[in-house]
Design a binder for this molecule. Structure first.
Ligand code: CP
Ligand code: NVA
Length: 337
């Protein structure tokens, strides 16, 4: 039996594969507990007097705000450190930065490009380091996503979960591996050139065989096969942060994988929900959205506005859950109970 109040103390949260199924389940259930405490107005200042550093190499709305609000609710002080604020990379190595921050802060969040950077921070900081997204994984997002699915369906075991779109980005990697672990039938639907790298598929297959409780994994370019009977349809942006020169190419490749009303109907179920980690290009109210409309006449990219705004879309519950789940990670790894 995993005890969230003791078993995570001092540990970093760098990649889902480093945690057992029971550990991830315990963090999801603890998030639900903290969400209920917040709703009830019950104080949960498990990190009173502590300080956390929020290092961001890439932009963020949800992850940054979730860490700030979670830290304050827990009684900790969050300090935002953007790339123009610190010496990291330009004048100071990751190792030296880790050693300095570790002397002053009780925990460090890192969002950036290289997974090796967050690993190096964790190696040298001497305090818990949390991965707020790298090019490879987005582990805190996973807790929010599977909490949202569990809240809605009451269980994760046996749920059929289809991700459609860019199948080799951080979200696809994390969903495949985490779903494999949590007993979800995980399907990645993407054109062949954008399917997960073989080592990620092998990792997920190995995890599924050991911990998945008989779940099935599917990697396919065939939309009909991928969406049939799906309980969850999930997508992410076609172009991730750092790849902004790829819009034209990706739009051509991924248009058949857009989540729209027709794709929702092809699940054969009325009960299918729609999820997206956000931000989403579902209309022309963004700079990139307008650019794509001008170039291709497309009013939406990865998800139609109709599906995004439909009752089946739980994207804002999911966004709220970022805060409760990140709070669980901070409290479990750094808190006193
Ligand atoms: N989903 C997510 O990580 O959002 P941000 O990029 O806004 O943090
Ligand atoms: N794949 C996206 C996820 C954003 C939360 C990106 O890396 O930009």
């Amino acid at each position: 039996m995993v005890d969230v109040r003791t078993d995570f103390k001092g540990r970093s949260f760098i990649a889902e594969k480093d945690f057992t199924r029971s550990e991830l389940e315990a963090l999801i259930d603890f998030s639900a507990e903290l969400k209920a405490q917040k709703r009830a107005g019950t104080a949960h200042r498990y990190c009173a007097g502590q300080n956390i550093a929020l290092l961001f190499e890439k932009a963020s709305t949800r992850t940054r705000c979730a860490f700030v609000v979670a830290a304050v609710d827990l009684g900790a002080h969050p300090e935002f450190l953007g790339m123009n604020d610190v010496q990291l990379g330009k004048k100071e190595s990751v190792e030296d930065t880790a050693k300095v921050l570790g002397r002053m802060f009780d925990g460090i969040q890192f969002r950036g490009y290289a997974q090796s950077d967050v690993e190096e921070l964790a190696q040298y900081a001497g305090v818990p380091v949390w991965n707020g997204l790298t090019d490879q994984w987005h582990p805190t997002q996973m807790l929010a996503d599977f909490l949202t699915v569990k809240e809605h369906f009451g269980t994760l075991q046996g749920i059929t979960f289809t991700y459609c779109g860019d199948g080799r980005n951080n979200m696809a990697n994390s969903l495949l591996v985490t779903g494999a672990k949590l007993g979800v039938n995980m399907r990645i639907c993407a054109p062949e050139s954008l399917q997960p790298e073989p080592w990620v598929i092998e990792l997920a297959q190995d995890i599924s065989a050991r911990e998945g409780g008989g779940n099935q994994l599917m990697i396919t370019a065939d939309v009909d096969k991928a969406v049939a009977d799906a309980d969850v349809l999930y997508t992410d942006v076609w172009v991730s942060m750092g790849e902004e020169d790829q819009f034209a190419q990706r739009t051509c490749l991924l248009l058949p994988y857009q989540v729209n009303a027709d794709m929702m109907a092809r699940t054969g179920k009325d009960s299918t929900i729609f999820l997206h980690c956000l931000p989403a290009f579902h209309d022309t109210k963004t700079e990139y959205g307008r650019h794509i409309y001008k170039e291709f006449g497309l009013e939406a990219m990865e998800v139609s506005d109709e599906v995004f705004r439909s009752p089946q879309s739980l994207v804002f519950d999911q966004a709220e859950n970022r805060m409760h789940t990140i709070k669980a990670v901070i409290a479990a790894t750094m808190g006193s109970f």
